[in-house]
Structure formats: structure tokens, C-alpha cells
Write a new protein. Structure first.
Length: 303
């Protein structure tokens, strides 16, 4: 008979304590004066623009970006012209590997967004504390929470952190624009968000914002890693994702609202950007049907 020897698995970081999980839908003039605490916190921008103070540094975060605040770091935030939606998670983790995330500002990928979605989903089912209450200081367990919800939440959070730490082997995208670039970028981003349902051309964007084509392309490539129209397409699909989550329009109506040529072209672009079809995405975000103003019945209309 062979003798088996176990391998004790390495766990470079472990989440044992959770302070808060929030999905905030702010107003366009929201401002938080700031605080500091002795645990980690990250903020992810799901929609809009926010100005974040992290210690002595100010960042203007775009949709799709995440920022980490280390224990003891003062942090504050305010909306920048557009009503933002934010995911905020605070937790205790004493692993020395967390130093890789100290001061990190970067864009997240689709797999990382899926992990954020899972964190919000499991929080909504494990805790009775409203996710949209910014005054929450203590999480309350739901009386009849599904089995293992907190373990799944911790697993998703740990995987998110591990994926982001792995990425630090290559330079992360940081945003530290000068004030002139910052003003130009924010003006164009607000312009595009306000017209996301329209068909815009690069020439029209440049003309209406009094900025040269090459200057704008360089600005976007510097701060988003891609082109202007590439970002506008991405913005349309993020808006489509939100409409799917709300469940008030079917896919054909969403395609029409966002000025796509057809529902087939909309589906193709959706898959190119998200890696899944609209119907596949709808099946994957049931958690967001728990958000304020969206009922489970509304959600099922698009599934």
C-alpha cells in the first residue's frame, strides 16, 4: 500500500474580518469630508467620475477604476459633475503582501469586475444591512442567510486581491494628470456620458470641446490605455449593462436607446467588450436585482 503525504496549501493572505460592503448611488454634488481607520478599504467606480483624496494625493477616478486605502491613510471623495455609483469594501488583512496594493490606482478587468459582482451578491444575501446606507458601521447577519455565503464572499475578496497583487509584476495604470489635462479629460468624459445614447464622431467630440484630434487621442491613450471612440463604445456597453440590470427594457429596446444599428450589432459589440452575450450577462448579475428600485420581477423580464 502506498503512503500518502499531504501538502499543506499556502494561503498568502486571508480575510477574517469585514467592516462594510457598500454599493452607493450618489448624487452629482455628493462630497464626503473624509476619515481614516486602522483597516483596509477599496473604492471601485461603477459609474461616473469621482475625485478621491488619498493622504496627500488627489486622484480623479474614471469608471472602471479602483483605489486602495491602507490602514491609517486619510481619504475623502466627491463627485465630479456626474452622479457616480461606487462599490466600497473595508476589511482587515494583516498579510505583508497587501503592501503591493498600498496606494494602488488602476483599471480592473472583466474577471475582476465579476469578482466585485460576487462580493456584492453574497453581501446582499448574507447581511440584512442595506448596501446603500453610508452610515453603516456594523454588518448584521441575515436571519436565514444561504449556507456558506460569508465564506464565498471572503473567497471572492481574496481572489480579487490576489489577482491585483499578481498584476504588480507589470506596471499598473496610474492617473496623475496635470491640472490642464485633468480639466480637459473631465470635460470630455462628462460630455460623452451626457450623450451616451447618441452616435458621436471623433470630429464632433473635438469640435464641441475645443480640443485638437491628436491632443485628445494622446490624452485618452495616456490615461485610459485606449482611444477616444474605443472608450465611448465601452461607455455605451457599460450603460447597456446598467439597463440590463434594471430590467425595464429588453435587448432590442436597449440597442435602439443607445443608437446601435441593430440588436445583432449591439450583441456583437457587447460580446467583444464583455466577453459574453447580453443574455449571458443578464444571467450573471442577479445580485444587482437586489439594489434599491430594482425588483426581482423586473430582473426576470430580460432573462
Amino acid at each position: 500500500m502506498p503512503t500518502y503525504y499531504p501538502l499543506r496549501l499556502k494561503r498568502p493572505l486571508s480575510i477574517q474580518e469585514l467592516y462594510s460592503v457598500h454599493y452607493f448611488e450618489y448624487t452629482s454634488n455628493y462630497a464626503f469630508a473624509g476619515e481614516s481607520h486602522d483597516f483596509w478599504e477599496f473604492l471601485y467606480v461603477d459609474k461616473g467620475l469621482v475625485r478621491v483624496t488619498a493622504g496627500d494625493t488627489v486622484h480623479d477616478l474614471l469608471q472602471g477604476q479602483i483605489v486602495f486605502h491602507a490602514p491609517g491613510e486619510f481619504h475623502a471623495l466627491s463627485a465630479v459633475g456626474v452622479a457616480p455609483d461606487l462599490v466600497v469594501v473595508s476589511f482587515q488583512c494583516d498579510s505583508p503582501h497587501m503592501d503591493f496594493l498600498r496606494g494602488l490606482v488602476t483599471f480592473v478587468g472583466e474577471s475582476e469586475r465579476s469578482l466585485l459582482a460576487r462580493i456584492v451578491e453574497e453581501s446582499g444575501t448574507a447581511f440584512s444591512t442595506p448596501l446603500n446606507d453610508p452610515s453603516t458601521t456594523t454588518l448584521q447577519r441575515r436571519a436565514q442567510a444561504p449556507f456558506g455565503g460569508e465564506a464565498l464572499l471572503a473567497a471572492a475578496l481574496e481572489e480579487l486581491l490576489i489577482r491585483l497583487i499578481r498584476r504588480q509584476s507589470t506596471p499598473a495604470i496610474q492617473i496623475f494628470p496635470c491640472r490642464t489635462e485633468d480639466d480637459n479629460l473631465n470635460r470630455v468624459l462628462r460630455y460623452m456620458e451626457q450623450r451616451v445614447e447618441q452616435n458621436l464622431t471623433l470630429e464632433q467630440i473635438c469640435r464641441d470641446n475645443l480640443i485638437g484630434r491628436s491632443q485628445l487621442q494622446k490624452l485618452f491613450h495616456s490615461h485610459t490605455g485606449g482611444g477616444v471612440m474605443e472608450y465611448f463604445s465601452w461607455l455605451k456597453i457599460q450603460t447597456a449593462r446598467r439597463m440590463i440590470r434594471e430590467g425595464r427594457l429588453n435587448f432590442t429596446q436597449i440597442a435602439t436607446r443607445l443608437s446601435f444599428q441593430s440588436v445583432h450589432y449591439f450583441s456583437r459589440r457587447f460580446r467583444q467588450i464583455t466577453g459574453m452575450s447580453p443574455s449571458e450577462y443578464a444571467q450573471s448579475v442577479k445580485m444587482l436585482s437586489e439594489l434599491p428600485g430594482v425588483s426581482a420581477d423586473d430582473y426576470t423580464k430580460n432573462v
